[in-house]
Design a protein around this ligand. Structure first.
Ligand SMILES: C[S@@+](CC[C@H](N)C(=O)[O-])C[C@H]1O[C@@H](n2cnc3c(N)ncnc32)[C@H](O)[C@@H]1O
Length: 268
């Protein structure tokens, strides 16, 4: 009798576990979580000690935001990666009004020969817009998700923009040649880098001597910006993190409705 009850309870528990697992796989949040898990574990170079960081660079905490990965860097929790299933959201028509992408790009004063690295390029929303301003240069559109690289490849063919080069990076390395980039830009991406120290060290090495790094992040100081806190950044935090890899803050442009445009250069 007792054995039968135990078997029944076990079967029930297994059924509940199966239902929960299926729910995780098929729900949008589940996809986001699974993408984040895949991105944090699949890369064999995902080693916190790579590129001169130490074990103490990052801290893992069990008590953390549901929007984060439980990994903290310089006091900030790293946000979950936006999975490729969110590609449609990046291309939403209301983005023109909400983020004014063309004004942002115009403010970068790109030269026709510039080499631009768009890191965390996603679908290339910014890469393709910038490409037309650097006809004698190019845009290296870097992302860690192969699905985003496929989207970039297909949009490149569709738009016939030969000077956009999709680049598959890893979570520690954007795979950019040394001293080759005039401007490295990250729009709404840096806060979700799994290894920000390693990424920014590599990006600084990829800059030409007078190269610039541009971080575009939702304003963390403003609670009215309708974005989850881990997907925003304060200027103070951004300056602290980039200074730690030898990048000096030069200027912040604050004319966009919701985002900071923070510009950094290499220390002389
Ligand atoms: C929220 S999307 C923004 C995409 C694009 N910048 C835009 O504004 O439309 C962030 C992108 O960063 C990418 N990403 C996250 N970590 C990365 C890393 N370490 N290196 C390169 N890309 C990364 C994600 O795969 C995702 O496509």
């Amino acid at each position: 009798m007792i054995k039968m009850t135990v078997n029944k309870t076990l079967r029930r528990l297994l059924l509940i576990a199966l239902v929960l697992a299926l729910g995780l796989v098929f729900s949008p949040m589940g996809n986001k979580i699974l993408d984040a898990i895949a991105l944090t574990t699949a890369d064999p170079t995902a080693n916190p000690t790579a590129n001169s960081s130490t074990d103490s660079t990052y801290e893992q905490r069990s008590n953390h935001s549901p929007d984060g990965i439980g990994k903290f860097y310089m006091g900030r929790e790293i946000a979950q990666v936006m999975g490729h299933l969110g590609a449609g959201w990046l291309e939403r028509p209301s983005r023109e009004r909400e983020e004014r992408p063309q004004q942002l790009i115009n403010s970068l004063t790109l030269k026709p020969t510039d080499v631009v690295a768009d890191i965390g390029a996603g679908t290339g929303y910014f890469s393709f817009r910038m490409a037309t301003l650097v006809p004698k240069g190019k845009v290296l559109a870097v992302d860690v998700q192969p699905e985003m690289i496929e989207i970039l490849d297909s949009l490149k063919r569709e738009k016939k923009l030969e000077n956009v080069e999709p680049v598959l990076g890893t979570i520690t390395n954007p795979n950019l040649p040394a001293a080759s980039v005039d401007l490295a830009i990250m729009v709404d991406a840096y806060h979700e880098f799994d290894h920000p120290r390693e990424m920014m060290t590599a990006i600084a090495q990829a800059l030409k001597p007078n190269g610039r790094v541009v971080l575009v992040e939702y304003r963390g100081e403003n609670p009215l910006v309708p974005i989850k806190p881990l997907h925003k950044m304060t200027q103070r935090q951004a300056k602290k993190e980039l200074a730690s890899v030898g990048l000096t803050w030069l200027e912040t442009k604050d004319f966009l409705p919701q985002q900071h445009i923070m510009i950094f250069g290499k220390k002389a």
